[in-house]
Write a protein that binds this ligand. Structure first.
Ligand code: DX5
Ligand code: ZN
Length: 230
Protein backbone atom coordinates (compact mmCIF):
# COMPACT_ATOMS: atom_id res chain seq x y z
CA UNK A 1 0.00 0.00 0.00
CA UNK A 2 1.64 3.21 -1.11
CA UNK A 3 1.22 6.57 0.52
CA UNK A 4 2.08 8.28 -2.73
CA UNK A 5 -0.37 10.87 -4.02
CA UNK A 6 -0.33 12.65 -7.37
CA UNK A 7 -1.82 16.14 -7.23
CA UNK A 8 -2.68 17.43 -10.70
CA UNK A 9 -2.00 21.17 -10.92
CA UNK A 10 -4.70 22.79 -13.02
CA UNK A 11 -2.41 25.78 -13.60
CA UNK A 12 -1.43 24.07 -16.84
CA UNK A 13 -4.99 23.10 -17.76
CA UNK A 14 -7.17 24.93 -20.29
CA UNK A 15 -8.71 27.64 -18.09
CA UNK A 16 -11.62 28.09 -20.49
CA UNK A 17 -12.62 24.45 -19.83
CA UNK A 18 -11.53 24.10 -16.22
CA UNK A 19 -14.45 21.98 -14.99
CA UNK A 20 -14.09 19.50 -17.81
CA UNK A 21 -10.31 19.40 -17.31
CA UNK A 22 -10.74 18.65 -13.59
CA UNK A 23 -13.18 15.86 -14.39
CA UNK A 24 -10.88 14.40 -17.03
CA UNK A 25 -7.82 14.40 -14.81
CA UNK A 26 -9.85 12.77 -12.01
CA UNK A 27 -11.00 10.08 -14.45
CA UNK A 28 -7.38 9.67 -15.55
CA UNK A 29 -6.37 8.66 -12.02
CA UNK A 30 -5.14 11.79 -10.23
CA UNK A 31 -5.46 11.65 -6.42
CA UNK A 32 -5.83 15.37 -5.71
CA UNK A 33 -6.56 18.55 -7.64
CA UNK A 34 -3.87 21.19 -6.92
CA UNK A 35 -5.28 24.73 -7.23
CA UNK A 36 -2.65 27.48 -7.51
CA UNK A 37 -3.74 30.90 -6.31
CA UNK A 38 -1.55 33.81 -7.49
CA UNK A 39 -2.18 37.48 -6.75
CA UNK A 40 0.27 39.45 -8.95
CA UNK A 41 1.79 40.77 -5.73
CA UNK A 42 3.37 37.94 -3.78
CA UNK A 43 4.13 36.26 -7.13
CA UNK A 44 4.25 37.83 -10.62
CA UNK A 45 1.17 36.12 -12.01
CA UNK A 46 -2.57 36.18 -11.50
CA UNK A 47 -4.83 33.13 -11.49
CA UNK A 48 -8.20 32.44 -9.89
CA UNK A 49 -10.01 33.07 -6.64
CA UNK A 50 -12.53 31.30 -4.40
CA UNK A 51 -15.42 31.70 -6.84
CA UNK A 52 -13.61 29.55 -9.38
CA UNK A 53 -12.70 27.05 -6.65
CA UNK A 54 -16.36 26.76 -5.61
CA UNK A 55 -17.43 26.30 -9.23
CA UNK A 56 -14.81 23.60 -9.78
CA UNK A 57 -15.92 21.70 -6.70
CA UNK A 58 -18.96 20.46 -8.62
CA UNK A 59 -16.86 18.73 -11.27
CA UNK A 60 -14.78 16.37 -9.15
CA UNK A 61 -14.91 14.64 -5.79
CA UNK A 62 -11.14 14.71 -5.42
CA UNK A 63 -9.57 16.61 -2.52
CA UNK A 64 -8.85 20.21 -3.50
CA UNK A 65 -5.29 21.11 -2.53
CA UNK A 66 -5.22 24.91 -2.53
CA UNK A 67 -1.77 26.50 -2.76
CA UNK A 68 -1.97 30.16 -1.81
CA UNK A 69 0.72 32.38 -3.31
CA UNK A 70 -0.89 35.54 -2.01
CA UNK A 71 -0.31 38.24 0.57
CA UNK A 72 -2.07 38.88 2.89
CA UNK A 73 -3.25 35.32 3.55
CA UNK A 74 -5.87 35.14 6.30
CA UNK A 75 -9.07 36.44 4.73
CA UNK A 76 -8.57 34.69 1.41
CA UNK A 77 -7.76 31.42 3.23
CA UNK A 78 -11.15 31.64 4.95
CA UNK A 79 -12.84 32.30 1.61
CA UNK A 80 -11.19 29.22 0.11
CA UNK A 81 -12.30 27.10 3.07
CA UNK A 82 -15.86 28.26 2.41
CA UNK A 83 -15.37 27.52 -1.31
CA UNK A 84 -14.74 23.84 -0.59
CA UNK A 85 -10.96 23.54 -0.25
CA UNK A 86 -9.78 20.48 1.69
CA UNK A 87 -6.15 21.48 2.22
CA UNK A 88 -4.87 25.07 2.26
CA UNK A 89 -1.15 25.86 2.13
CA UNK A 90 0.50 29.27 2.32
CA UNK A 91 4.03 30.68 2.33
CA UNK A 92 5.46 31.70 5.73
CA UNK A 93 6.79 35.00 4.30
CA UNK A 94 3.25 35.94 3.28
CA UNK A 95 1.71 35.71 6.75
CA UNK A 96 2.33 38.15 9.61
CA UNK A 97 1.40 35.48 12.16
CA UNK A 98 2.01 31.97 10.92
CA UNK A 99 0.61 30.17 13.96
CA UNK A 100 -2.57 32.23 13.80
CA UNK A 101 -3.06 31.57 10.09
CA UNK A 102 -2.62 27.81 10.60
CA UNK A 103 -5.16 27.85 13.43
CA UNK A 104 -7.56 29.86 11.29
CA UNK A 105 -7.41 27.32 8.47
CA UNK A 106 -8.16 24.48 10.90
CA UNK A 107 -10.96 26.46 12.54
CA UNK A 108 -12.62 26.60 9.12
CA UNK A 109 -12.50 22.84 8.71
CA UNK A 110 -9.47 22.41 6.42
CA UNK A 111 -6.10 20.78 6.69
CA UNK A 112 -3.21 23.24 6.75
CA UNK A 113 0.18 23.37 5.07
CA UNK A 114 3.26 25.58 4.89
CA UNK A 115 4.98 26.14 1.54
CA UNK A 116 8.70 26.89 1.18
CA UNK A 117 10.24 28.68 -1.78
CA UNK A 118 13.56 27.33 -3.11
CA UNK A 119 15.67 29.80 -1.09
CA UNK A 120 13.49 29.85 2.04
CA UNK A 121 14.95 27.91 4.97
CA UNK A 122 12.79 25.49 6.97
CA UNK A 123 13.08 27.47 10.21
CA UNK A 124 9.40 28.38 10.17
CA UNK A 125 8.68 24.73 10.97
CA UNK A 126 10.45 24.89 14.33
CA UNK A 127 7.45 25.66 16.50
CA UNK A 128 4.41 24.71 14.43
CA UNK A 129 4.73 21.01 13.59
CA UNK A 130 1.66 20.17 15.65
CA UNK A 131 -0.35 22.61 13.56
CA UNK A 132 0.70 21.12 10.21
CA UNK A 133 -0.89 18.49 8.01
CA UNK A 134 1.39 19.11 5.05
CA UNK A 135 4.76 20.63 4.20
CA UNK A 136 5.12 21.83 0.60
CA UNK A 137 8.62 22.18 -0.85
CA UNK A 138 8.81 24.35 -3.96
CA UNK A 139 11.25 23.02 -6.54
CA UNK A 140 10.75 26.04 -8.80
CA UNK A 141 10.27 29.69 -7.96
CA UNK A 142 6.51 30.15 -7.65
CA UNK A 143 4.50 31.87 -10.34
CA UNK A 144 4.51 29.71 -13.44
CA UNK A 145 4.07 26.15 -14.65
CA UNK A 146 6.52 24.41 -16.93
CA UNK A 147 9.78 25.44 -15.20
CA UNK A 148 12.74 23.12 -14.63
CA UNK A 149 13.14 21.27 -11.32
CA UNK A 150 15.80 22.86 -9.06
CA UNK A 151 17.95 19.92 -7.82
CA UNK A 152 18.75 21.59 -4.47
CA UNK A 153 15.12 20.84 -3.56
CA UNK A 154 16.17 17.22 -3.03
CA UNK A 155 18.38 18.28 -0.09
CA UNK A 156 15.52 20.29 1.36
CA UNK A 157 13.19 17.31 0.98
CA UNK A 158 15.62 15.13 2.93
CA UNK A 159 15.80 17.75 5.69
CA UNK A 160 12.00 18.07 5.83
CA UNK A 161 11.60 14.28 5.83
CA UNK A 162 13.96 13.98 8.80
CA UNK A 163 11.91 16.56 10.72
CA UNK A 164 8.65 14.78 9.88
CA UNK A 165 9.95 11.33 10.80
CA UNK A 166 11.27 12.58 14.14
CA UNK A 167 7.93 14.27 14.83
CA UNK A 168 5.90 11.20 13.80
CA UNK A 169 8.03 8.93 15.95
CA UNK A 170 7.40 11.19 18.93
CA UNK A 171 3.68 11.79 18.41
CA UNK A 172 2.35 9.06 16.10
CA UNK A 173 0.88 11.76 13.86
CA UNK A 174 1.81 11.92 10.19
CA UNK A 175 2.46 15.00 8.05
CA UNK A 176 2.50 14.86 4.26
CA UNK A 177 5.55 16.05 2.34
CA UNK A 178 4.62 17.57 -1.01
CA UNK A 179 6.91 18.64 -3.84
CA UNK A 180 5.80 21.27 -6.32
CA UNK A 181 7.49 22.31 -9.55
CA UNK A 182 9.12 20.56 -12.48
CA UNK A 183 8.01 17.07 -11.46
CA UNK A 184 7.81 14.49 -14.25
CA UNK A 185 8.09 10.75 -14.86
CA UNK A 186 11.88 11.02 -15.25
CA UNK A 187 12.64 12.65 -11.91
CA UNK A 188 9.76 11.47 -9.69
CA UNK A 189 11.63 8.39 -8.42
CA UNK A 190 14.57 10.48 -7.19
CA UNK A 191 12.10 12.89 -5.58
CA UNK A 192 10.32 10.04 -3.78
CA UNK A 193 13.64 8.61 -2.64
CA UNK A 194 14.47 12.02 -1.12
CA UNK A 195 11.32 11.73 0.99
CA UNK A 196 8.35 13.25 -0.83
CA UNK A 197 5.04 11.36 -0.67
CA UNK A 198 2.86 13.84 -2.56
CA UNK A 199 3.74 15.05 -6.05
CA UNK A 200 2.30 18.10 -7.77
CA UNK A 201 2.41 17.81 -11.53
CA UNK A 202 1.05 20.44 -13.90
CA UNK A 203 2.69 20.49 -17.31
CA UNK A 204 3.75 16.82 -17.00
CA UNK A 205 0.04 15.95 -17.14
CA UNK A 206 -1.87 18.76 -18.86
CA UNK A 207 0.64 19.36 -21.64
CA UNK A 208 0.46 15.70 -22.63
CA UNK A 209 -2.16 14.38 -25.05
CA UNK A 210 -3.13 11.46 -22.78
CA UNK A 211 -3.58 12.38 -19.10
CA UNK A 212 -4.04 8.76 -18.04
CA UNK A 213 -0.79 7.67 -19.70
CA UNK A 214 1.04 10.63 -18.14
CA UNK A 215 -0.17 9.76 -14.62
CA UNK A 216 0.49 6.08 -15.20
CA UNK A 217 4.09 6.81 -16.25
CA UNK A 218 4.66 8.62 -12.95
CA UNK A 219 3.03 5.81 -10.96
CA UNK A 220 5.18 3.20 -12.69
CA UNK A 221 8.33 5.15 -11.88
CA UNK A 222 7.18 5.38 -8.24
CA UNK A 223 6.44 1.65 -8.13
CA UNK A 224 9.90 0.83 -9.54
CA UNK A 225 11.54 3.03 -6.95
CA UNK A 226 9.54 1.37 -4.14
CA UNK A 227 10.72 -2.04 -5.37
CA UNK A 228 14.32 -0.82 -5.63
CA UNK A 229 14.15 0.60 -2.12
CA UNK A 230 13.31 -2.82 -0.63
C1 DX5 B 1 4.10 27.09 -9.56
C2 DX5 B 1 2.93 26.29 -9.03
C3 DX5 B 1 2.93 24.87 -9.44
C4 DX5 B 1 2.88 24.64 -10.92
C5 DX5 B 1 3.69 23.45 -11.20
O1 DX5 B 1 4.18 28.28 -8.90
O2 DX5 B 1 2.92 26.31 -7.61
O3 DX5 B 1 1.89 24.14 -8.78
O4 DX5 B 1 1.59 24.44 -11.44
O5 DX5 B 1 3.72 23.26 -12.57
P1 DX5 B 1 4.74 22.25 -13.25
O6 DX5 B 1 4.37 20.89 -12.73
O7 DX5 B 1 4.48 22.43 -14.69
O8 DX5 B 1 6.12 22.66 -12.83
ZN1 ZN C 1 1.46 24.94 -6.59
Amino acid sequence: MTRHRIAASILSADFARLGEEARQVADAGADWIHFDVMDNHYVPNLTAGPMVCAALRKYSELPLDVHLMVRPVDQIAIEFAKAGAHIISFHPEASEHIDRTLALIHAHGCKAGLAFNPATPLHALDHVMERLDLILIMSVNPGFGGQAFIPEALNKLRAARARIDAYTQRTGREIRLEIDGGVNADNIAAIATAGADTFVAGSAIFRQPDYRAAIQAMRSALADCAVNAQ
